[in-house]
Design a protein around this ligand. Structure first.
Ligand code: FNR
Length: 374
């Protein structure tokens, strides 16, 4: 049988995934009080059944006001642990490595889910929102349709750091193996790193060192409670793409060159993998999106910072995924929307590469008895 990198095992710390395909975190906006329910079992079950090496559960808020919408998952209280534990146990039973993305929405909080009554718009208090309690590094709203922002005090920043730590401990008790910190997409930590959204004049704003200080403190604190031999990922926005050009410099804002320096610091504090996403920090940006368009970020971070990376963004074919790995541009291939179109994307990718992967026993007959390909 043909050998590929995509379908070879990969080990990070003490954890080995049987292939290099990762289900990227995707908010499902289907939780109540931050808790998982039957929907999440069905959704993650449909994915885990068909062989991804790793499944990273969607953005899960470390405190209630850190949710994007009232329907986000959370881990800010004990009652949220058991429903998560059941989903984790199910993922493990199907042979995938379970991960979770911990998140704080920062200034993009208290919005409706895309399919809620009023769609993606500010949710008032009477409908379960918290527009008066939306926070960020500075009092700069995302746009007119988003909440006003309260600039965090130093004491509040310490409280939120503690919330990250407490949520991580709960994730560990629920059986999570791969921790991913959401440091991307215009949520709290990415607001801090970018001079476009961080206008602070204290030790946490201004210079590059100051802007990354709070995210580094948070990530260090979480890393300290996460077992040293378990994988630890950070998802970053590699650039704000302020002028619409992927590789442009934005020295006082956020660009790939600062992301490389940030990745070096993250490596020093024990981060294992940088998942290189982009953008979301500024309103009204035209992204130069297309197949595999963010891969150059993963490649730059891997080569320049000397740390493992995950590539993500419009990777929809097994052949594309294999090329990324063969060319040494990333270590993991993260796929989001294609898994919603085709929950069997791993099996599809194997077919595209001519790799014989093991189908679930219960489905094996359907594989064997397929019509021959023309
Ligand atoms: C996302 N994305 C996302 N990213 C993230 O870091 N945390 C999240 O919870 C979510 N939620 C989410 C929900 C839905 C419905 C979509 C479609 C996307 C972004 C996602 O992980 C990925 O980075 C992008 O979708 C680009 O990859 P694809 O979709 O082109 O493979």
């Amino acid at each position: 049988a043909k050998k590929t990198l995509l379908f070879s095992p990969i080990t990070t710390k003490s954890v080995t995934a049987h292939n290099r395909i990762v289900v990227a975190p995707m908010c499902q906006y289907s939780a109540e009080n931050g808790r998982m329910n039957h929907y999440h079992l069905a959704h993650y079950g449909s994915l885990a059944l068909k062989g991804p090496g790793t499944v990273i559960i969607e953005a899960t808020a470390v405190e209630a006001r850190g949710r994007i919408s009232p329907n986000d998952l959370g881990l800010w209280e004990e009652a949220q642990v058991e429903p998560l534990r059941q989903v984790i146990e199910m993922i493990v039973s199907q042979g995938s490595i379970p991960g979770i993305q911990l998140a704080h929405a920062g200034r993009k909080a208290s919005m409706g889910s895309p399919f809620s009554l009023n769609g993606y718009s500010l949710v008032p208090e009477e409908q379960g929102g918290w527009p008066e309690d939306v926070v960020g590094p500075s009092d700069l709203p995302f746009n007119d349709q988003h909440a006003k922002v309260h600039a965090l005090t130093l004491a509040e920043m310490q409280d939120i750091k503690q919330a990250w730590v407490d949520a991580a401990k709960r994730a560990l008790r629920a059986g999570v193996k791969v921790m991913q910190i959401h440091g991307a997409h215009g949520y709290l930590l990415s607001n801090f790193v970018s001079g476009n959204t961080n206008l602070r004049t204290d030790d946490y704003g201004g210079s590059f060192e100051n802007r990354i200080r709070y995210p580094l403190e948070v990530i260090q604190a979480v890393r300290d409670v996460w077992p040293q031999d378990y994988p630890f990922w950070v998802r970053i926005s590699s650039s704000d793409v302020k002028d619409g050009q992927a590789m442009s410099r934005d020295d006082n804002g956020w660009d790939i060159y600062q992301s490389i320096e940030y990745a070096k610091e993250l490596k020093k504090i024990g981060v294992d993998v940088i998942d290189c996403s982009t953008g979301g920090n500024l309103d009204g940006i035209q992204y130069p999106a297309g197949p595999c368009w963010q891969v150059p970020y993963a490649e730059a971070v891997k080569k320049e910072a000397g740390i493992a990376t995950g590539a993500v963004g419009i990777i929809t074919k097994g052949t594309e995924a294999e090329d990324i790995l063969q060319q040494g541009k990333a270590d993991y291939v993260c796929v989001a929307r294609e898994f919603l179109r085709d929950s069997g994307f791993v099996l599809t990718a194997a077919d595209q590469l001519g790799v014989a992967v093991k189908w679930p026993n219960q489905y094996e007959r359907a594989y064997r008895e397929r019509a021959p390909k023309l």
